[in-house]
Design a protein around this ligand. Structure first.
Ligand code: RUQ
Ligand code: CUA
Length: 684
């Protein structure tokens, strides 16, 4: 074709390049009237041309303008904390720009952040967060949450769970760094999520795989053994839901005030902790209520077949306030360092109830009013809405259809259901906006589906009806809307966290990035704005908080120990540097107190003897923002950073003689290349 293709013509018409379209303001739908076309109609049409040159459709060009954030401007309205999946990290992004601002090392060492490479503070965090089996240096982060005041996020702390080894981590939003990891007792793995109670008294989290469970003794990783048979599984394996007591002033968990509820050996899945009418209650999904154990090579059907037989599993309903009172009344049993409300006690005292739920469900989310629990059917193409008021009334009235094999009362489905919304194939997670809508990810249909909630969340007609849907590329697992999971979501944006991304990006080999897609949810029709490849582990879940709720530090006050945000006992001032050698037990310790200031590492010569334990306390005495210094020693696997004002300790055994270089790894000044030193290890 000699001239312009039809498609291009159409686009040119739309862009207003053809004909009279270039006249003032009429040019292109993407606001370029203001940018390039001057009043009076004398436009250059430069943006139009650029869009054409790059083959961009008008909507694509418009989307680019809607989210583009030039350097130096602060146009982002939200900060998103996303899990980094099997990278063991958390990801911080700006929304709507979708720019990645930080990876936070949580369960996995990271040399840039000085996490796990000789740095003592982070080593202690990883050590404390390990099990008795061994030091754990990997994790599978799934679900973050943010600390709450009156059920609203206050932006002080975040927590994020490790699915792999049942751990919970606390991150401070003062410095976006991990402060503590705890290994949750009696649990083998977790997938309930991480959920702050409305005033951050506890973080609730449920187990995934049931653990072998010695009655009265519980489970200890690395020692409890009960042979895996179908009978033993039913009789001597158990799930758990934990309430980790949280000390918000220190940002630490307190196991002595924490408690657990023992659950039947179903595979417990995601949960939610309520507010408003659901305050005091936890709702939690389950799969495999068939109690299948697998055994394809032992003559049994595959687990996924045997575990999907029944049309209903059980929504677990836990009265956690009552459980807390039972613990205070001394009715819990101590097992492996935590108080456990046993299954028998939970049944007897009215702590635990079930409601049938179709069918191997996944996400469990509470509507902004606190009135509805929305369950994504996964194998059933419906979102089931449970009415919390009905649940509570039926419990008061003791209206049950029977009990499960462990005596747990089962509510009648029809009595507690508010509605079922037919959404499509593979519904997983529900997130909400400020206009009474739910948005559910449909994994098989590759869609986000929007529906109306019921009153008081949505008071119009057509309650619990699908009103819009948008295609996603591809296989959306999870999604996040702004401040969903609180009483007042903000609307505007939705991020789809997709598990597949085939054909979205240039091929960089068989391991493909995951794909995040930004969607505008402010209008009647949802609109796709942007794709963001994430070259890290799978982002299972994310939370988006209004940026003005965060009050991060700019620098640490000089001499700060970031673990506690107080003055470190090892803080020194410039001129107070010193080296000491002393014996602890049978070991010689060379202990160094040094300072970092552009462009000197003092000391710049450290002489020790082979076999010494070398302990270096660096105080970065800078007071200027961004004056971070790095630290790395050749051949000793020591690496890290020391932020302005920070005191950080690095430790290693100098077991090989030689003369080793160390240097600042951050290009911090014109004389950065000179910011170096020597470590001399004299042969023993
Ligand atoms: S969430 S299995 Cu739907 Cu943890 Cu990813
Ligand atoms: Cu300090 Cu480079």
């Amino acid at each position: 074709m000699g001239t312009i293709s039809e498609k291009k013509l159409k686009r040119r018409e739309f862009l207003g390049v053809a004909g009279a379209g270039l006249a003032a303001g009429a040019a292109i739908g993407f606001g370029a009237g203001r940018l390039v076309t001057q009043p009076g109609g004398q436009g250059t049409g430069e943006l139009d041309k650029l869009a054409l040159q790059r083959g961009l459709e008008p909507e694509e060009a418009r989307s680019a303008l809607r989210i583009f954030n030039p350097g130096g401007k602060y146009l982002d309205e939200f900060i998103m904390i996303s899990s980094g999946g099997h990278s063991g990290q958390a990801i911080i992004l700006g929304i709507p720009s979708m720019r990645i601002l930080k990876y936070i090392a949580v369960y996995t060492p990271d040399p840039w952040q000085g996490y796990g490479y000789g740095n003592v503070e982070s080593r202690e965090i990883l050590k404390k967060g390990s099990s008795d089996v061994r030091l754990l240096t990997g994790g599978d982060t799934h679900h973050p949450d943010i600390s709450r005041t009156n059920a609203e996020w206050d932006g002080e702390w975040a927590c994020i769970g490790d699915k792999l080894s049942a751990r919970m981590a606390i991150i401070s939003f003062k410095d976006f760094a991990t402060k503590e990891i705890v290994r949750m007792p009696n649990m083998g793995s977790q997938h309930g999520g991480a959920h702050f109670t409305p005033n951050s008294e506890y973080v609730a989290c449920g187990s995934f795989f049931p653990t072998p469970w010695e009655p009265g003794k519980g489970y200890k990783p690395g020692s409890t053994y009960i042979q895996l048979t179908e009978k033993n599984y039913a009789d001597f394996y158990r799930g758990q839901n934990i309430y980790l007591a949280f000390d918000r002033s220190r940002g630490r968990f307190d196991l002595t005030r924490s408690f657990q509820v023992e659950l039947p050996p179903y595979v417990q899945d995601l949960e939610a902790v309520g507010w408003g009418p659901s305050d005091g209650w936890t709702f939690m999904n389950s799969i495999n209520t068939e109690r299948a154990i697998g055994g394809v090579m032992e003559g049994r059907p595959a687990l996924e077949v045997a575990a999907s037989q029944r049309d209903f599993d059980y929504l677990h309903i836990i009265n956690w306030k009552k459980a807390e009172q039972l613990v205070k009344d001394g009715k819990a049993k101590e097992m492996n360092g935590i108080k456990v409300v046993t299954l028998d006690t939970a049944v007897k005292e009215g702590i635990l109830f079930f409601a049938p739920e179709p069918k191997s469900p996944h996400g469990c989310d509470i509507s902004p009013s606190g009135r509805y629990v929305l369950v994504g059917g996964k194998l059933a193409p419906v979102v089931t809405a449970y009415d919390v008021e009905k649940i509570k009334q039926n419990i008061v009235d003791q209206r049950f259809e029977g009990t499960d094999p462990y005596g747990v009362p089962i509510l009648r489905f029809e009595e507690v259901k508010a509605a079922q919304v037919e959404v499509g194939l593979g519904p997983l997670h529900n997130e909400f906006d400020d206009a009474g809508h739910g948005h559910v990810s449909c994994f098989i249909a590759n869609e986000v589906v929007r529906y109306n909630l019921g009153p008081p969340d949505y008071t119009g007609s057509n309650t619990f009806t699908v009103i819009d849907r948008i295609k996603i590329q591809y296989n959306i697992g999870h999604l996040a809307t702004t401040e969903s999971g609180t009483a007042s979501p903000k609307g505007k944006y939705l991020v789809a966290l997709n598990k597949w991304s085939i054909d979205r990006f240039p091929n960089v080999g068989p391991l493909l990035p995951q794909n995040l897609q930004l969607i505008d949810i402010s209008g009647e029709k949802m609109q796709l704005l942007y794709d963001l490849p994430i070259g890290l582990g799978e982002p299972h879940y994310a939370k988006m908080i209004s940026i003005d709720k965060l009050k991060p530090l700019e620098v640490y006050a000089v001499g700060t120990d970031p673990a506690t945000f107080t003055v470190s006992p090892n803080a020194i001032r410039k001129g107070q540097e010193r080296i000491e050698r002393h014996q602890v037990g049978g070991t010689w310790v060379s202990e160094i107190w040094g300072t970092l200031l552009r462009s000197t590492m003092a000391p710049d010569i450290i002489r020790v003897k082979q076999g010494d334990l070398v302990r270096i306390h660096w105080t970065n005495v800078e007071t200027v923002r961004d004056a971070t210094h790095g630290f790395g020693i050749a051949d000793y696997n020591v690496m890290g950073k020391i932020d302005p004002g920070e005191v950080a300790t690095y430790e290693f055994l100098a077991d090989k003689p030689g003369v080793f270089y160390y240097y600042c790894t951050e290009f911090c000044s014109p004389l950065h290349m000179e910011m170096t030193g020597w470590l001399e290890v004299a042969p023993a």
